[in-house]
Write a protein that binds this ligand. Structure first.
Ligand SMILES: NC(=O)c1ccc[n+]([C@@H]2O[C@H](COP(=O)([O-])OP(=O)(O)OC[C@H]3O[C@@H](n4cnc5c(N)ncnc54)[C@H](O)[C@@H]3O)[C@@H](O)[C@H]2O)c1
Length: 345
């Protein structure tokens, strides 16, 4: 089978491509990626040149690029998105363009070409904050908070509309917070690991008691593989674990894993509209036979070790990020430690 993956030079997409190629030796993958600041050729340098993987540098909003990339493909796995919540607060337009318009372009062309399978990667953030004791089911209403989450909710609904209106065999996946190798170091876990390694401050938003459901990226890739193979067309599936953890507890766990002092923790002003808690009910996916393999502690330890062993991968990204990101750090000037950048999700 020939697959089109979008956004495969990013964090989850690159892990997914590596996973799929290793498990499906007959398959080929085309990766349509615009290579924004978050996309990185180096994430797939180990599979590049093997003849089964091709990177097509292009924009999912560009009809010609999408047509060329989708030609002859039997499945689409759509990851490409603007993904950083903080950036969506300062520049929502970029999120509307890629996340809504780009998804619309892909769906329209998949419909025109009668692509037999379209896996749309949404997010648990489309539900908005989960009240205490509640885990959202796939049928619950979408009440997103941030411009990022709202743009993803729009894309999610558009994907479902293509199933209802045109019977395009769309499957929607809603994963919770992911972490693991190759995650761009502006996101909470890699930001804190790499800051702590350099003895720089770990900027914790507000009281740090926002609770998240953390998922190891390898478990997400197995879930997406299962959904592409066995998900019901028109179906929506949450992907999550039972490991709910406050951001502050996560910060302590990272410091412990690295043997660094708690004095590195720096409280910063909270993000506007910061959701307190996310939680999803995953029984629908579990009924297909999926469950996470890694415990939270094992996955966090493996992730810390990966960042320790791969400094040449993340150091240049961090340098660039430091230069680029000061325009949105200005909003909270004086609240962050010098040289630190703020965390998403
Ligand atoms: N990381 C998480 O915790 C998480 C959780 C739930 C859902 N998701 C969803 O999973 C998907 C992947 O997330 P990620 O964390 O790997 O993202 P990422 O930011 O690491 O990667 C995004 C990729 O998309 C590419 N891209 C951006 N705009 C593009 C465009 N217009 N055309 C083509 N390519 C473009 C970027 O170059 C990059 O390679 C996203 O749709 C995100 O909303 C992520």
């Amino acid at each position: 089978m020939k697959l089109l993956v979008t956004g495969g030079a990013g964090f989850i997409g690159s892990n997914f491509i590596r996973h799929w190629l290793s498990r499906h030796p007959q398959d080929d993958i085309r990766n349509l990626d615009r290579l924004t600041y978050a996309g990185n050729r180096a994430n797939l340098s180990d599979v590049d040149g093997g003849g089964r993987y091709a990177l097509l540098e292009g924009d999912i909003c560009d009809g010609r690029a999408v047509a060329e990339a989708m030609d002859g493909c039997e499945a689409v796995v759509h990851f490409a998105a603007e993904t950083h919540v903080d950036r969506s607060i300062t520049d929502p337009a970029a999120f509307l363009r890629t996340n809504l318009e780009g998804t619309g372009q892909l769906l329209a062309q998949a419909h025109q070409r009668k692509v037999p399978r379209f896996l749309h990667v949404s997010t648990d953030e489309v539900y908005g904050p989960a009240p205490e004791g509640v885990a959202f089911r796939e049928t619950d209403p979408l009440t997103p908070t941030s411009p990022y989450a709202a743009s993803k909710a729009g894309a999610d609904l558009l994907a479902q509309a293509y199933f209802r209106t045109y019977r395009l065999p769309v499957i929607v996946a809603r994963p919770t917070n992911n972490f693991g190798p190759f995650q761009f170091p502006e996101k909470l876990i890699p930001l804190f690991i790499t800051n702590a390694m350099a003895d720089a401050a770990l900027p914790v938003y507000g009281d740090g008691l926002q609770r998240r459901n953390w998922l190891f990226v390898e478990d997400t890739c197995r879930a997406l593989e299962l959904l592409l193979e066995q998900g019901e067309p028109g179906g929506v599936y949450n992907i999550g674990t039972a490991s709910e953890c406050a951001n502050l507890d996560m910060t302590h766990a990272i410091l412990r894993a690295l043997g660094k002092p708690e004095t590195l923790i720096r409280r910063v002003a909270d993000r506007p509209g910061h959701d307190r808690r996310y939680a999803v009910d995953c029984r629908r996916l579990q009924a297909l036979g999926w469950k996470p393999r890694a415990t939270f502690t094992e996955a966090l330890t493996a992730t810390v070790r990966w960042y320790q062993a791969n400094q040449p991968w993340w150091q240049p990204l961090k340098e660039r990020l430091r230069e680029d990101s000061y325009h949105w750090l200005d909003r909270s000037a004086g609240t962050s430690a010098p040289g630190a950048v703020r965390a998403s999700r």
